[in-house]
Write a protein that binds this ligand. Structure first.
Ligand code: SAM
Length: 257
């Protein structure tokens, strides 16, 4: 039975499943173990198996999975070695992001330094993110209507080394970090606008992975674009927010394509 049949959403068209041979294993050289578990009938998580059309490898536990979008609750350092994807799109804990998630900046450096393929990474303007493949563009998100820093860089990496045109991304109706008072705010302190994430994801190809998922903005953007995506988040409360957000089949009020 396919995920679509399981969901009962027969009218929803699934994006074509990418050939597994086209996927690549992330962080294949890391020594950190994979998180494989046996089914727990009391858990609200599901476990991917070979008999179900899962985006996850067999045995990897999903907090949420539907139509090619999966959330995994846990530490991305443990989980990433077992996953396959084509492009990383992520907003990790980084220095200078207003003190949020400061204790995780070191591990974020460690994780992104292991990437060996295409990536879009939010990071401070004060240093290059330590990704080892070629940096090919630096996009700027112009954050309108803010009291603080009115821009944020998003670094674009690609192993092909071909330089891209950088973009200044401006949204007059998108507010600072989707904070309180903004219609799409869901309670995450560094939530990004879904319109911004849709623009970024639309310029990428293949299965997306966000190892620092937060409230699931990258995954919501991927879903809106009909893309396959995996998110990992260490705090369960944010997994729950993301799962609720992904369960909505129509865009919530205030979230525009
Ligand atoms: C900057 S926030 C991402 C916010 C997201 N872009 C959004 O729109 O909601 C980074 C997230 O990484 C998570 N995180 C920190 N360490 C982690 C780890 N080891 N594995 C997975 N997630 C982690 C934090 O809990 C936080 O939610």
């Amino acid at each position: 039975m396919t995920a679509k049949e399981e969901s009962g959403l027969s009218g929803v068209s699934l994006p074509a499943r990418a050939n597994d041979a086209e996927h690549r294993t992330l962080f294949g050289t890391t020594s950190i173990g994979t998180r494989r578990t046996t089914p727990d009938p009391t858990s609200k998580c599901s476990v991917a198996s070979a008999t179900h059309a899962s985006i996850l490898p067999s045995g990897v536990r999903a907090y949420y999975e539907h139509n090619g979008i999966a959330i995994i609750h846990g530490d991305c350092r443990e989980i990433l070695p077992s996953l396959k994807a084509d492009v990383v799109v992520t907003d990790p804990p980084y220095p200078n992001n207003a003190g949020h998630f400061d204790s995780a900046v070191g591990l974020a450096r460690e994780v992104i330094s292991g990437w060996d393929r295409s990536a879009l990474v939010f990071w401070t303007e004060l240093e290059w993110p330590p990704v080892s493949v070629h940096r090919v563009a630096v996009h700027i998100w112009h954050r309108s209507n803010v009291n603080g820093r009115p821009y944020e860089p998003i670094y674009c990496f690609d192993p092909d080394g071909v330089k891209r045109r950088s973009n200044v991304i401006s949204h007059a109706a998108v507010f600072d970090g989707v904070g309180p008072g903004c219609s799409e705010y869901l309670g995450h302190p560094t939530q990004k606008p879904v319109a911004l994430m849709r623009l970024l994801c639309a310029g990428t190809h293949g299965t997306i992975i966000d190892p620092f998922m937060g409230s699931g903005t990258t995954l919501r953007a991927a879903k809106d674009l009909g893309r396959r995506a995996i998110g990992i988040e260490i705090e369960e409360k944010y997994c729950e927010i993301a799962a609720r957000r992904l369960a909505q089949e129509v865009l919530p009020f205030g979230e525009k394509l």
